[in-house]
Design a protein around this ligand. Sequence first.
Ligand code: TRP
Ligand code: SF4
Length: 446
Amino acid sequence: MVASAEDVKIDPWGSSQFQDYARLRDEFGIAEFGPVEWGVFASPHRLFRRGVVFGHRDFERVMDAVKAKDPWSVMTGFMPSGDLHLGHKMLFDQVVAHQAEGADLHLALADFEAIAARGFTPAKAERIALDQYVHNALALGLKPDNAEFYFQTRRHKVTSLAHRFAQRVNWSTLSALYGFSGETSLAHAMAPLVQAADILHPQLDGKGPRPVLVPVGVDQDPHVRLTRDIAQDSRLFSLQETKEGDLGAFVKSDDGVKEALDLAERTLRDQGYGELRRNDAYKALYVRRAGKADQRRIDLALAKAERASGQPGLLRPAATFHRFMTGLQGGKMSSSKPETSVYLTESPESATKKVKASVTGGRATAEEQRRIGAEPDKCPVYEMYLYHLAKDDAHLQEVYDTCRTGKRLCGGCKGEAVGLLVGFLQEHKEKRDQVAHLVPQIVAKD
Ligand code: TRP
Ligand code: SF4
């Protein structure tokens, strides 16, 4: 089913499925995440190569940093809602890959959000966060060096920053973005501001303004957009291309215009931009013919200069967006419906039963399937190969082709999937035992 324009809608707390990702991307101005983007990494992760991560905002900033070997960070968060399943695993896989590529990791345990949006007690949120999110992440390969988990409610810097942001965001913005109504609790309404604080606070540490990548599911895009606006709001300058193709750095405030333009002029000269034109009455400094790459470079240089002069200078975060796995029963994969997914801590017996009972893209009879082939694109079992089970692309291709041409039948195909899945679950269990002692080490005290 293809959604009509009116029902393309992104709701982080809703249950909408995103059938038509290309459409969603265009509708919301999300850019395509393709070989040009993931090609920047030395060994691009399978989730990139296979189009699971399908869109981005401002990923070019990360590419700049990777190419120049400059520091960049990954910031994401997890609402501790229940046991982790295969649908959650992919985000951890992506984060682990970024760690190997040199990013430092800031990982929020969104207990504030679980308490506010789900009505959890703090104790329950903490238990799920540690036992499921932190422990499983370590077992999936996350290393404690250069990485931290923290609880939102324990990090004063985050909650106080959220209050500061709250001064600049009004109710119409929030209700337009999230559909909040008169019944929405104020704690729930605060959750997006806390998340914006999560995303932006790493730039306030000693390393200063830098590219921060927020890998998330596409349901989180409203938070990403809000956060990007809040970051831009903190800036001294706004950058805009002029009709002549020059770049204008405009001072946003009416106060301190001269000092701000002095700062911009000094910064840009240091960056080697010689052809500058200044117009104090227009509160503007123009750089001749600055292309997109120059714009990003100038934006970062100005952010750092703003910080050095005592301003926040927060750079807008970049984001990547991943698709969601279909549940084993065909609908949404959901922690509250155990039959729709396999949990990372599930027993092999129970996982086997679930996969055997899964819907497929197969035909009514074996004879028909041999004759006309099956439909991997509609098959949750195929998705398990795509996201997790087929480690190399040639294997995935073989599953796809033999399914399409009817050489593969669903019984045998499920059997192969179960074999791979059980292998993973057993290995994961052993890894959990091996890394248990690291759990307290990777969780920040505050
Ligand atoms: N809202 C996210 C979720 O529902 C969790 C989250 C909290 C988050 N803070 C974040 C995600 C910062 C990305 C970045 O899972
Ligand atoms: Fe799905 Fe495998 Fe059947 Fe193809 S053969 S429809 S991939 S279960």
